[in-house]
Design a protein around this ligand. Structure first.
Ligand code: MN
Length: 259
């Protein structure tokens, strides 16, 4: 659980996967600034759908970046997970109390959590021991109204400042563009992509493919993230990076001999 530093001592690290130039990170940093001192450390390029990748074959370069007259940060030539790791290990003099990632332009629900760089930045924060939140807007447009997502982030931030988070748990927040209608606790929907690629032919007659696809929900429930978002409402899913299949482990451990 978190200790509760006062507003003036509280330090919040803000990262994303759309890059430090994206409007969404500005919107999230503005909310973070209501709660404490903000450090923005984010990728210098668009890193959506890189998942939890880290950079091991190239050096990481860091550049100071002016976002506007109130906000500045550091741009890193790496992935979202690189940014949080580097911030923790090298760049921040004062360790953060909370790690935020987003606001992503595009939702991160269902199976998308696995592909998401936004969620991975927050998960990396959790791995390093910080209460961490990922925030995404269901709309891709960079001109989307993020006020409802900001309000969702504000409520969840307030919640973890008051209550902390058990270690190993990250909160994944999604909300539609526009004003926030409601915000509820959800489960990650079992889902998968169908019709994943569109094939075309280049001028030299060679085939090439674009990733497209639509999400198919594989279970039913009013408390699933994708279903709540479909109704135009906001969603908060507690997630964990421990991938052990615990039910199956309990079933086979000591019963199936592998010797
Ligand atoms: Mn993104």
């Amino acid at each position: 659980m978190t200790n509760k530093p006062k507003r003036n001592d509280r330090h919040i690290l803000v990262c994303n996967d759309d890059g430090i130039f994206a409007p969404g990170i500005r919107a999230l940093a503005e909310v973070a600034a209501e709660f404490g001192k903000v450090s923005i450390i984010a990728p210098d390029t668009q890193q959506s759908a890189v998942g939890h990748a880290i950079t091991v074959h190239y050096p990481l370069r860091v550049t100071d970046f002016e976002i506007n007259d109130k906000l500045s940060g550091q741009a890193v030539s790496g992935t979202p997970a690189d940014c949080v790791k580097l911030a923790h290990d090298q760049l921040l003099k004062q360790k953060p109390d909370i790690v935020l990632s987003g606001i992503n332009h595009g939702s991160n629900a269902g199976i998308n959590l696995l592909y998401s760089g936004t969620v991975s930045a927050a998960t990396e924060g959790t791995i390093l021991g910080y209460p961490s939140i990922a925030v995404s807007c269901t709309e891709f447009s960079e001109s989307a109204d993020l006020s409802g997502c900001q309000e969702a982030a504000r409520r969840v931030l307030r919640y973890i400042i008051e209550n902390g988070l058990p270690s190993g748990i990250t909160l994944n927040v999604n909300a539609p563009a526009g004003p926030l209608k409601s915000l509820s606790w959800t489960r990650q929907a079992r889902s998968r992509y169908v019709d994943e690629f569109e094939g075309r032919v280049d001028p030299s007659n060679r085939p090439y493919f674009w990733t497209t696809g639509t999400l198919e929900v594989l279970e039913e429930g009013d408390d699933l993230d994708l279903n709540v978002l479909k109704k135009g409402r906001g969603s908060v899913t507690p997630i964990q990076y421990d991938l052990t299949a615990n039910d199956f482990f309990r079933k086979i451990n000591g019963k199936i001999d592998l010797e």
